[in-house]
Design a protein around this ligand. Structure first.
Ligand SMILES: [Zn+2]
Length: 101
């Protein structure tokens, strides 16, 4: 048994609206419904960051508070991808192919 925060009338816990005053009772709980994504730093996030480094960095910026492990996995993938790209260009430059650019 709960009580209406607005008028104090008794309400059932499964009620959405207070029958006495009409106040919304589950306003807060429904608005903060989380889609439970596993925050385990999964391979998929790293792979996404690796394929699209910009997306990986953006994902890190957006999710570092809510899903720190997934966010860091995406960032790691992005950094590895950027590192390989940089290495690739250094090798090209070092072997002389860079002159064609
Ligand atoms: Zn009420």
């Amino acid at each position: 048994m709960n009580f209406c925060p607005h008028c104090g009338e008794r309400v059932n816990s499964d009620q959405d609206v207070c029958l006495n005053c009409g106040a919304m009772l589950k306003n807060r709980s429904t608005s903060t419904t989380h889609t439970h994504v596993k925050d385990v730093g999964g391979f998929g996030w790293g792979f996404l960051g690796f394929m699209i480094p910009i997306a990986g960095i953006i994902i890190y910026a957006l999710m570092k508070d809510t899903q720190p492990l997934n966010a860091s996995a995406a960032l790691k993938g992005a950094l590895i991808s950027i590192g390989i790209s940089v290495l690739f260009y250094i090798i090209i430059a070092a072997t002389g192919f860079g002159l064609y650019y």
